[in-house]
Unconditional design. Structure first.
Length: 269
């Protein structure tokens, strides 16, 4: 298919695309209009909101950002949209003062050093190993959020949109796990992850306009932000080796055969 048709052009976000049109191992294809993925939604225009809700039937937003991120960035336009449910499912361990249930703390009281836990990742070792270790950290710290995110996708009455800040790492992991669960061909899963690289310049420009993210972005080499295909391939291979694949990992954290059937019924023709 023409991969360009998967991109959704909005004025207030640059990394928005549909997970439809991907081939499955049994000859099926993922449906359009069921799961969307995106970068930060803070800058959506009124026309963007109208298009998402009216044209794309958006009903559920899966927000993977941390509680402090949400507090610092403030409520986005979709939090005020009737008929849209926001599911805040952070992929970071947020014990102590700043937890997901306390995401409404005043921005001036947020400890910025706790906003972006990836700032503490080790500076040594190949980039792939660092990124894969970080992605495995999501699974270790917040399996509950991952399982719940996939269940929102499976039960939404319209389209579900999953996002973080860049729509690359956290969003990339959750979308990859969803696609693997419904049987999308591994090469297609990896290619979808890497496709964010096509919009990376615009993503970084947007994030540098936010005080929440600018310092972290400027502290890292530009090439460290690229979503290389081999990173996702290595991450999924690690699940194959340690859990017998994505379904094995999900099952060990409460995912059921009924969940798989529901997600597949929603996502696959």
């Amino acid at each position: 298919m023409d991969t360009q048709t998967r991109w959704i052009e909005l004025d207030g976000a640059v990394n928005v695309r549909d997970l439809g049109g991907l081939a499955t191992t049994d000859g099926g294809t993922t449906r359009f209009g069921r799961v969307l993925r995106s970068d930060n939604l803070q800058d959506l225009t009124p026309e963007d909101v109208r298009r998402l809700i009216d044209d794309l039937a958006l009903r559920d937003v899966i927000d993977l950002r941390s509680g402090p991120e949400v507090s610092l960035e403030g409520p986005g336009p979709l939090t005020r949209a009737p008929g849209v449910s926001i599911h805040h499912l952070s992929l970071f361990a947020e014990g102590g003062e700043y937890t997901d249930v306390e995401a409404d703390i005043p921005p001036e009281e947020v400890d910025v050093d706790k906003v972006l836990p990836w700032q503490d990742r080790p500076g040594e070792g190949p980039e792939a190993d660092r990124s894969v270790g970080h992605y495995l950290g999501y699974l270790h710290e917040r399996p509950d959020s991952i399982v719940n995110a996939l269940r929102v996708m499976a039960t939404s009455e319209g389209s579900a949109l999953v996002h973080c800040a860049a729509g690359k790492d956290r969003t990339g992991v959750v979308c990859a796990l969803a696609l693997e669960t419904v049987g999308v061909i591994r090469e297609e899963v990896v290619a979808d992850y890497a496709r964010t690289g096509e919009r990376l310049e615009g993503i970084l420009r947007r994030l540098r306009g936010s005080e929440t993210y600018a310092a972290d972005l400027d502290s890292r080499p530009a090439d460290s932000h690229l979503p290389h295909a081999y990173i996702m391939d290595k991450f999924l291979a690690s699940l194959d080796e340690s859990h017998g694949g994505t379904l094995g990992w999900l099952t060990s954290h409460g995912w059921t055969d009924a969940d798989t059937r529901a997600l597949r019924a929603r996502l696959v023709d």
